[in-house]
Design a protein around this ligand. Structure first.
Ligand SMILES: [Zn+2]
Ligand SMILES: [Zn+2]
Length: 341
């Protein structure tokens, strides 16, 4: 955790500009970070679900409709968006054939993110009838329980083992307002979160504010005011998301001073398990969305002292997992693949 850096950033000179921009409603100037940038592009629940299904081999409009229970107009909009940001490419065959959408290199590079979402869901959505996450790893024949490890020392990546310093790309930048899908919109649009490749996590992560707020706790924030000042989020939005994070067991509220009573929030073990998702999103954002290839934040693995270069590996054979050597058929709509004897 790096409370020092967190405080220093908040105290930076352009505060006045931040306030002016926020009040003008033209997007907020906030510390650049790759997780935030990634979430602007793919951090709404539908984009996450569409991409998750794409990794299960879905390529056609009607198949997405069926698998994730998404309305046609929303699906059309999200597919256009994912093509526009170069995560999917559209191919339209001649003679009345149906269009297909395939993952581009940028889209395929989200594979570690999708694996970490599935890992989280398997651990924390035990009631689901379909339990995505475990895959048969073609390379070793074992059931791959994807795990995020340090590329240098191969130890599992845990939040308390990672330190942060400003990277070469550290600066303030304008953050566009969250996409129109509010956190309750899935239900309003008639979708069930239990359909599709993600479980409970998409209810929490399919909302960019929730993601940013949770992410800030990993950078050392603890109090309402820390979060409000960092992201210039409206107080009603912030209290709503904090309540939701407490209700879903990601944060615990703790009174640290009586009379007047003051409280802070601490991350629960369930929230700690979110960390690999944030690290993979950060890595993807560094790779595809950094200005001039300069990462805003540098992560260090305290355990080995090296720059953190995280890798998702198979828990069975410890080899890195790639999109093309996983048998996903067991996870499509049916039961999870059974372990090799
Ligand atoms: Zn290491
Ligand atoms: Zn393996």
């Amino acid at each position: 955790m790096n409370g020092k850096q967190f405080t220093a950033r908040r105290g930076q000179r352009p505060e006045a500009r931040v306030r002016r921009a926020a009040s003008a409603g033209e997007g907020r100037l906030v510390p650049a970070n790759s997780v935030g940038r990634a979430l602007v592009q793919i951090g709404d629940r539908w984009s996450l679900m569409i991409l998750g299904a794409a990794f299960s081999g879905i390529e056609r409009f009607s198949d997405w409709r069926r698998q994730i229970g998404i309305a046609s107009n929303i699906l059309a909009r999200r597919l256009d968006h994912l093509v526009q940001i170069d995560c999917l490419e559209k191919a339209t065959p001649g003679a009345g054939g149906r269009a297909t959408y395939r993952l581009t290199a940028k889209g395929r590079d989200l594979y570690p993110v999708v694996l970490m979402f599935r890992r989280f869901d398997r651990a924390w959505s035990p009631g689901r009838s379909t339990r995505p996450g475990a895959h048969l790893h073609a390379a070793c024949g074992g059931v791959a329980n994807p795990e995020l490890v340090c590329g240098h020392c191969r130890a599992p990546v845990r939040a308390h083992d990672v330190a942060y310093v400003e990277g070469p790309g550290a600066r303030l930048e304008r953050m566009p307002p969250p996409m129109p899908s509010r956190r309750s919109s899935g239900a309003a649009e008639g979708a069930s979160s239990s359909a599709g490749p993600f479980g409970a996590s998409v209810d929490v992560f399919g909302d960019r504010w929730t993601q940013l707020i949770l992410g800030t706790f990993f950078l050392g924030g603890r109090r309402f005011e820390d979060i409000r000042a960092r992201w210039h989020v409206a107080t009603n939005v912030l209290s709503d998301r904090l309540k939701m994070l407490v209700a879903h067991g990601f944060l615990q509220k703790r009174v640290y001073q009586e009379n007047p009573e003051r409280s802070e929030y601490v991350l629960t073990p369930k929230a700690m398990d979110v960390y690999p998702i944030l690290v993979t999103l950060n890595q993807w954002g560094d790779r595809w969305l950094a200005t001039d290839g300069k990462a805003p934040l540098t992560l260090f693995h305290r355990s080995c002292g090296r720059t953190l270069a995280p890798v998702v590996v198979c828990s069975h054979c410890a080899a890195p997992l790639r999109g093309d050597d996983i048998d996903t058929h067991g996870t499509r709509d049916g039961p999870v693949a059974t372990p090799a004897p």
